[in-house]
Design a protein around this ligand. Structure first.
Ligand code: GLN
Length: 245
């Protein structure tokens, strides 16, 4: 039986909009395929060695206050996280977590929270601009994905950074350039809460497949699952947004 270990970074502080649903989705989709899953919760002060054994990484969103606390702990773990991501270990980083992977996050009052600089992007927030809130649809190479966004920060990608997709409806990275999220190696950064994975199972499977490939050093083809319920959930929101999937 194959096995993967999911490292859930800072669940106590970074889990604002039902991000636990992403962990449930990943775990269930493994279980249904008889892949053994272990989830390790990595809270502030966790031992770096615990990160070593992770095959898939996940971190959810938070408010600025929590982000400040987490950033101090996260910066200590930068080297090991960088090594993992560079090696192709898949990761999903939502909203505040996505911002952390970039160079910096500037809060509305001008305070700078240093990021890890793994993703080529920066984020700035300002009191003069509205928060970017609502349902969002994004066109990716693998099809349209749907979620919910709620962020004050505007993210700008570096020239060579690859966005996750193009905004069909909603705001995405900054509400201006039509990009949403970023994909680097096998890691995804995105503003899509929802949670994203139950409604977009192809992303969950991408992460699981890559985790197995990197761990077992062989191509992995996942057993197909019946996603009719997941697709239904997605089409309800798509309809509300007048979008054809
Ligand atoms: N604090 C960040 C912002 O508002 C992230 C919000 C979130 O993670 N939902 O931009």
């Amino acid at each position: 039986m194959k096995q993967i270990t999911i490292g859930w970074l800072y669940p106590r502080l970074m889990s604002t909009y039902g991000d636990r649903g992403n962990i449930i989705s990943l775990s269930k989709r493994c279980e249904w395929r008889e892949i053994d899953v272990k989830v390790i919760e990595l809270n502030v002060g966790f031992d770096k060695k615990q990160l070593e054994e992770c095959d898939l990484l996940f971190m959810g969103g938070a408010q600025d206050r929590e982000q400040k606390v987490v950033s101090e702990d996260l910066l200590i773990k930068k080297e090991i996280l960088l090594k993992k991501i560079e090696k192709g270990v898949p990761g999903l980083f939502i909203c505040g977590a996505y911002q952390f992977l970039g160079k910096y996050y500037k809060e509305a009052d001008g305070t700078i929270i240093n990021g890890l600089g793994i993703f080529d992007l920066y984020t700035e927030s300002s009191n003069k601009e509205e928060r970017l809130i609502g349902n969002i649809a994004v066109k990716t190479n693998e099809g349209t994905i749907i979620g919910f966004e709620n962020h004050g920060g505007r993210t700008f990608l570096g020239e060579d950074a690859k966005p996750l997709g193009k905004v069909i409806s909603g705001f995405g990275n900054n509400g201006k350039d039509g990009t949403e999220g970023l994909i680097y190696k096998n890691s995804i950064g995105t503003y899509l809460h929802g949670p994203i994975l139950p409604k977009n199972p192809s992303i969950a499977d991408f992460l699981i497949e890559k985790a197995l490939e990197i761990k077992y050093k062989e191509k992995s083809v996942l057993k197909k699952l019946d996603d009719s319920l997941e697709n239904k959930a997605k089409s309800v929101i798509a309809k509300r947004m007048s979008i054809n999937l």
